[in-house]
Design a protein around this ligand. Sequence first.
Ligand SMILES: [Fe+2]
Length: 135
Amino acid sequence: MIYMSWSKDYSVDVKELDEQHKKLFGIINTLHQAMLDEKGREIQSTVIAEMVEYANIHFKTEEQYMLQFNFVWYHEHKSEHERYTKKVLELKERLENAGFVLTLEILNFLKDWWEGHILKIDKNYSKLFNEHGLY
Ligand SMILES: [Fe+2]
């Protein structure tokens, strides 16, 4: 069974952003599969680094649109992104030490964060973005 599967429920009604969310789900699935295969230790720091980098690109994309369209919750939304980035950077540092291994608890944190963020936070910009012709 796929650990994180994207469905229409997660759509923010903007194709570019949905595609980015799908890719982030995919990266977390890669980590999950590696953990199941007991290969977590070999790939964890590379994949976490990839996730930090890609999440950063994704957050910048959302933030640019929010600024461009004067989204009222821009600062609150950006703070959520910053809080996540800080946590994942700490995680990345810990995973770079050989003694530390990825756990299901960590994966669950990532999964819950993305699901919650998309459903409760991201979806608030959909209407505004659509009104500006962004689909
Ligand atoms: Fe967001």
